[in-house]
Design a protein around this ligand. Structure first.
Ligand SMILES: [Zn+2]
Length: 57
């Protein structure tokens, strides 16, 4: 099965802001409220530094 790219909703561990991000990122994704890193690029799927609350198809 091929891994699909999709959007996921994550919650910042510091300020509880919820934000929809892509699960493949080419740059660090930061929380738009507090600036905490939510996801890091790995070359494949993003390494998540935050809690996934939902997957968006
Ligand atoms: Zn935050």
């Amino acid at each position: 099965m091929k891994k699909r790219s999709r959007f996921i909703e994550v919650k910042c561990k510091d300020c509880e802001n919820q934000q929809v991000i892509f699960n493949k990122v080419s740059n660090d994704v930061e929380c738009r409220i507090c600036g905490r890193t939510l996801a890091k690029p790995t070359g494949g799927l993003a390494e998540l530094k935050s809690k996934v609350v939902d997957e968006v198809d």
